[in-house]
Design a protein around this ligand. Structure first.
Ligand SMILES: Nc1ncnc2c1ncn2[C@@H]1O[C@H](COP(=O)(O)OP(=O)(O)OP(=O)(O)O)[C@@H](O)[C@H]1O
Length: 363
């Protein structure tokens, strides 16, 4: 089949209870596309319709897979869709060891390379030492890693995750996130990932689909959606952007890290990461301030030159949301209209952006 660079999903469904899903969206064929929204916004319904577990009207073309096209009378049942589905609960067979769970899954898959695939899955999720254990002998996080490996072992062309970390405590979530990052880097297949967790969005999302009451509120790259001042998407009620970079230096004296974000470096508190580690950082609009001239003798460690690219007045008539471009990286800053006026800020103004290192959380 011809290779395409964009996936496209158009879904329309109306439930008796009054819920309506009406969403037409495109997203990339690689990386993690997070489906984000409040409880009841239709995230799980969206995923189930993509998988064919529930039937909506529309069109489902993910990666190179055409699974539904109502105009051409195409609707593949779920078992004919080469997908891996990971649920909130691990759903492992309790009477089978981790290994037997994997073997059971590959027996049912159509992949000719199933043995190789299983090896890859075991490696990718780091579960070799867990293979002989029964699910009851695994921690919640380990169970979920085995469940993800089981899905990967079936040689899926698309991975679908429905809040896979929701039933885990914070420590287990933190433990499993790096495995998901590794999975996305190695597998290079489309992954749709349902969550309402800010931490998971910050850490995993390349692209984001935001649903609100069954309707598409926003979609695009994580950067473009979070830095949009016209239709701001809040994570846990907070506006801000996400920076991704690599640790390039550890300053043991002050317990600080230098993180390289493409074309500039920032300083953040040392959370135990090593040089070379990838980190994701959320920078909240309320923690970013703007100066018209380069601040001297300041306690703020992160100071970057930038250009004001957009300004939008907030409804409260007190603040404005300002978008600043710092060498290709967009920031948002919430400033009072009074400051906006006294600094004579307008689109195109050259400014200095500053944010405290302590306002960042590396993960
Ligand atoms: N099987 C079902 N039958 C009828 N209504 C359902 C069913 N499943 C979900 N709904 C309803 O459909 C709407 C969307 O639910 P959905 O589970 O897709 O939302 P969600 O964003 O995934 O929510 P959550 O984050 O709480 O899981 C809700 O109003 C829900 O009550």
């Amino acid at each position: 089949m011809e290779s395409i660079s964009t996936s496209e999903v158009n879904l329309f469904l109306e439930r008796k209870g009054g819920f309506k899903l009406d969403c037409s969206v495109k997203f990339p064929t690689e990386g993690i596309t997070v489906v984000f929204g409040e409880s009841g916004s239709g995230k799980t319904t969206f995923l189930r319709c993509v998988a064919g577990l529930e039937r909506a009207h529309g069109y489902v073309h993910v990666g190179n897979e055409l699974w539904q096209d109502d105009k051409k009378n195409i609707f593949l049942p779920t078992w004919q869709r080469q997908l891996g589905y990971v649920f909130q609960e691990s759903s492992l067979f309790p009477h089978l060891s981790a290994l037997k769970n994997l073997e059971f899954a590959i027996k049912r898959s159509k992949s000719p390379n199933s043995k190789e695939r299983m090896e890859t899955a075991i490696e990718l999720l780091g579960i070799r030492t867990l293979l002989n254990r029964m699910p009851s002998q695994l921690s919640g996080g380990e169970r979920q890693r085995v469940a993800i490996a089981r899905a990967v072992a079936t040689d899926p062309h698309v991975m679908l995750f429905d809040e896979p970390l929701a039933s885990l405590d914070f420590a287990r979530k933190v433990e499993i996130l790096p495995w998901l990052v590794k999975l996305k880097e190695e597998l290079k297949i489309p992954m749709l990932y349902v969550t309402h967790s800010t931490n998971e969005v910050v850490k995993l999302a390349d692209h984001i689909i935001v649903l609100e009451k069954g309707l598409l509120k926003a979609s695009g790259s994580l950067q473009s959606v979070l830095s949009n001042v016209d239709l701001p998407v809040k994570l846990e009620g907070k506006l801000g952007v996400v920076l991704r970079g690599k640790v390039i230096n550890k300053d043991a004296r002050w317990n600080l890290l230098t993180v390289r974000i493409e074309k500039f470096d920032i300083t953040v508190p040392d959370g135990g990461e090593g040089v070379g580690d990838s980190v994701s950082l959320q920078v909240l609009a309320k923690d970013v301030s703007i100066a018209a001239a380069k601040p001297e003798s300041t306690s703020i460690l992160n100071i970057l030159p930038g250009i004001v690219t957009q300004i939008r007045q907030e409804d409260n008539h007190i603040d404005s949301l300002v978008q600043i471009d710092c060498n290709g990286q967009k920031f948002l800053s919430l400033v009072t209209n009074k400051s906006l006026n006294s600094l004579c800020l307008q689109e195109g103004s050259n400014v200095w952006v500053q944010f405290k290192s302590m306002s960042l959380s590396s993960q």
